[in-house]
Design a protein around this ligand. Structure first.
Ligand SMILES: [Zn+2]
Length: 327
């Protein structure tokens, strides 16, 4: 049996990790006005294991977002997350957050991007870990706001910002409502991943594929459609699975039917990620350990998952080559 210690020590990649769901308690205490005991704070930040839906899960983000309203908060928030990842030997991480939730009278989009990229640079200098930023457009925001996120990011593409995402309540806003946003991203050459198939909608995965997404966040519902599975395999669509989070949001309710094994057996580019380290009380070591213990994953699959992560990552070839060398 593979020990947690062994998994802790092997090189790992985390492609789906939300900044605002992954802060340490120390960071939250330093950058929010909150004054409460650790146990109470944990209750506020962590989704219960029997969380009833994605909608409830999303309420855990209000306090962390309040820490991302200054350049210093954003830089140190990114660094806080990178340090946690480096500590468990993650070698590359793509960190995502919604810049439109940080814009205020003293902070514009460029300030936000530069602050986040600075956090990545400090992370590389202090922990020797590669990272990039994915910007989340939000489902409940207007097209105008989401286009602003995209357009203001173009100067930073390839310089710390690597892609666009669509996050928020998938059950309330379908992917078809965002066709104009992703058409524009495609026109500009901004790659994108779209949270899809987390709330049971296989149609959202189909739409994401048609829109030219390189990856989808979660993609759990794909297991319901074998024809679409084949199309996704042919198109080399990346799947960013996040097991603990997927159980908490009820994307999967029966541990025996978690589709990671099925996806790998069908040649899909499935990966394992954390989603939200604090909200889900997890890290890459725990996710891979869970995969081995409960999700029918064997030790040799860990190499496949690592290689899949490199292939579907938004990293440049230099970083990809360095990550391959670590196998
Ligand atoms: Zn997510």
């Amino acid at each position: 049996m593979t020990s947690q210690e062994h998994i802790y020590n092997i090189p790992k990649i985390d492609l789906h990790c939300h900044l605002d769901g992954s802060f340490s308690l120390d960071f939250i205490k330093s950058y929010s006005n909150i004054n409460m005991k650790d146990e109470e704070l944990i209750k506020k930040l962590q989704a219960p294991a029997d969380c009833d839906s994605l909608t409830t899960y999303l309420t855990c983000f209000d306090l962390p977002i309040s820490c991302l309203q200054t350049k210093e908060g954003i830089t140190n928030g990114v660094l806080d997350l990178i340090k946690q990842a480096a500590e468990e030997n993650v070698k590359y991480i793509e960190i995502r957050f919604a810049p439109s939730c940080s814009v205020n009278s003293t902070l514009n989009y460029s300030d936000i991007y530069e602050a986040a990229i600075e956090g990545c640079k400090l992370g590389y200098n202090t922990c020797n870990i590669f990272s990039n930023i994915i910007l989340c457009a939000m489902r409940h925001h207007s097209l105008e706001t989401n286009l602003k996120v995209l357009h203001s990011a173009m100067d930073y593409l390839g310089h710390g910002i690597c892609a666009l995402d669509l996050a928020g309540d998938e059950s309330a806003f379908m992917n078809t409502e965002f066709i104009d946003l992703f058409k524009e991203a495609k026109r500009l050459g901004m790659p994108y991943t779209i949270h899809s198939g987390e709330c049971g909608s296989v149609d959202n995965i189909k739409v994401a594929l048609e829109l030219g997404a390189k990856r989808v966040g979660h993609g759990i519902a794909l297991c319901k459609d074998s024809t679409l599975m084949k199309e996704c395999q042919k198109s080399r669509l990346g799947l960013e699975l996040c097991p603990t989070s997927n159980f908490q949001t009820r994307a999967v309710t029966n541990i025996n039917t978690y589709p990671l094994r099925l996806f790998l057996d069908n040649g899909l580019l499935a990966t394992v990620n954390t989603d939200n380290r604090t909200v889900s009380n997890t890290n890459m070591t725990k996710e891979l350990h869970l995969s081995l213990e409960k999700l029918q994953i064997k030790e040799e699959d860990l190499i496949t998952i690592y290689k899949n992560s490199i292939e579907i990552s938004f990293a440049d070839d230099n970083i990809k080559n360095q990550l391959y060398k670590l196998i």
